[in-house]
Write a protein that binds this ligand. Sequence first.
Ligand code: HEC
Length: 90
Amino acid sequence: MKQRKNLLILAAILFIAAYFISFNKKNLTTEELVKTKCSRCHHTYEIVKDKRLSRLEWIAILDKMQANGANLSTNEYKNILNYLVENYSK
Ligand code: HEC
């Protein structure tokens, strides 16, 4: 009986660890962050993907999106801006 309880506790710990590892991985990719954050309102990511803008123009877009209610934290804003400039600039 005691062994079975230990096994259950071990399974629970493994489950929680796996959950946090996958959660952290998700947080790590800026691509996923951009896709999640920026397709919330436009429903499609095309609106972002089809653009080729300079850094300044992306800043203007991000500021406009913040005003629209994008609610990005300072870190998210910075990461998303860098990602957009790296991948979608002219
Ligand atoms: C809270 C809703 C919301 C979120 C979140 C959001 N947007 Fe928007 N976005 C809008 C609305 C509304 C419009 C159309 C009106 C406008 O241009 O402000 C728009 C339009 C746009 C346009 C076209 C406008 C132009 O001037 O070319 C781009 C590009 C864009 N969004 C990029 C982004 C990016 C990048 C993100 C992620 C950081 C994002 N949006 C997140 C609401 C949102």
